[in-house]
Ligand binder design. Structure first.
Ligand code: CMC
Length: 391
């Protein structure tokens, strides 16, 4: 093992070459296909961003029209697939478990897309996944609250349609304010890609075996689930709620963090060492939303917590600043999304990135199966001991 480089957590390993997303962690810079995230956030929307990440260029009008038509055509899921939802326990169902299982099962309804041979098959797979993920996510929520599924409405935009499937009731369409639809699109867009994060690396890892795109993405969803990754957005809200409910004060919480009894959720990042540009955009958006009538005491707590943490040597020495998840949960709460769905929301947002990375590897003829080595620390060779002689 002398020739093997030990790199725990792959902090210094470039596992692939990629044209998709550029991150400069020292300076807080994030570009999707060369476009600064701030510009995309100001002028773009989630669907346009998805196209950009997957196909490499901002869409032309006709691209967007074609993409929207495909998303509309693909928004329903096969009725048989609905039985999968019933396999999960009522009321206690876990939306992330449902999402990864049903995305994987979705593949078996489209086995013709297990092997993709050309761009048009890929385009179809993209449309199916990006459209159906939102239906599956909303249905998983309806299942968890014991309500009937609300079918998609093809006249609505992507984000509006999602909110409709989440919150409409029979004969009464939920009609969200435009700010809510825009805020949701922004949250999705800011989560859409982030180079070789754990879930994306997982998608590429699984994809490198030539597993199909549905299975690869399903594995990515599982990787996202953990609270150090996508699960952080829900953990942030738990933390802020504990403070709001008076279980612990901000100062006490920070002391616990410094004693390493817990982590400050929504803080820190493997790459960003000055600030996370996504957090800056979301902080402003959360503030705007709350000024437009969506009240939430948790924002005040978050602001105070951030202020205290960034004035504290423990955090500055370790270059810990708010990350994308510190404020995203506050926006999702303002939109009425339950905390149990937060990581699912991250997954919907991250899907275009996973697809783009899966395809980049798929298209690249030099992609080898991903197969890291290890530093073996176990026993050296010893001889077998018959059971009667073991102590
Ligand atoms: N709170 C307290 N201390 C922290 C935190 C935190 N959130 N993050 C890192 N540290 C400390 C850590 O204890 C270590 O200190 P020491 O040198 O004394 O041992 C030092 O900072 C370096 O930590 P690390 O674990 O080597 O950092 P990493 O790059 O492996 O981890 C991270 C990155 C995001 C997993 C971590 O910062 C973390 O656990 N943050 C909280 C969870 C979170 O918000 N995750 C969302 C990340 S952004 C969206 C996404 O990727 O999903």
């Amino acid at each position: 093992s002398g020739l093997i480089t030990f790199d725990p957590g792959f902090g210094n390993t470039g596992s692939c070459k990629s044209d998709i997303t550029f991150v400069d962690g020292e300076n807080g810079i994030l570009h999707y296909r060369g476009y600064p995230i701030e510009e995309l956030a100001e002028h773009g929307n989630f669907i346009e961003t998805a196209w950009l990440l997957i196909f490499g260029e901002l869409p032309l009008k006709e691209d967007l029209a074609r993409f929207r038509a495909l998303l509309c055509a693909e928004e329903l899921i096969h009725e048989d697939l609905l039985h999968h939802f019933n396999g999960f326990p009522s009321h206690k169902s876990q939306p992330m478990a449902i999402l990864s299982a049903v995305i994987n099962a979705l593949g078996s309804y489209h086995t013709d897309l297990y092997d993709i041979h050309n761009k048009s098959e890929f385009f179809l797979a993209v449309g199916k996944m990006i459209s159906k993920v939102r239906t599956i996510a909303a249905f998983s929520y309806r299942k968890s609250i014991g309500r009937p599924f609300m079918y998609p409405d093809p006249d609505l935009s992507y984000c509006h349609n999602f909110l409709h499937m989440m919150f409409s009731i029979p004969n009464k369409h939920y009609d969200p304010p435009i700010e809510a639809v825009k805020a949701l699109s922004l949250v999705f867009m800011l989560h859409a890609d982030h180079e070789q994060n754990c879930s994306t690396s997982t998608v590429r890892m699984v994809g490198s075996t030539q597993a199909n795109i549905f299975a690869s993405v399903s594995a990515g969803i599982c990787a996202l689930w953990g609270k150090l990754h996508g699960g952080a957005n829900a953990a942030v809200i738990d933390m802020l709620e504990q403070i709001k409910d008076g279980d612990i004060t901000i100062d006490e919480y920070l002391e616990k963090v410094k004693k390493k009894e817990c982590r400050l959720m929504g803080f820190g990042h493997r790459i960003y060492k000055s600030f996370d540009p996504r957090a800056r955009i979301l902080k402003k958006a959360a503030d705007n939303l709350l000024q437009n009538g969506f009240n939430d005491q948790l924002l005040d707590i978050a602001l105070e917590l951030e202020e205290k943490a960034i004035a504290d040597d423990y955090f500055t020495e370790r270059k810990l600043y708010p990350n994308v998840d510190f404020y995203s949960g506050i926006i999702l709460r303002a939109l009425g999304i339950p905390v149990a769905m937060f990581t699912v929301m991250f997954a919907i947002g991250r899907l275009p990135g996973w697809i783009a990375h899966w395809y980049e590897d798929f298209e690249n003829p030099t992609t080898r199966i991903n197969r890291p080595r290890q530093i073996y620390t176990g026993q050296t060779q010893r001889n077998y001991i018959p059971i009667d002689f073991r102590k």
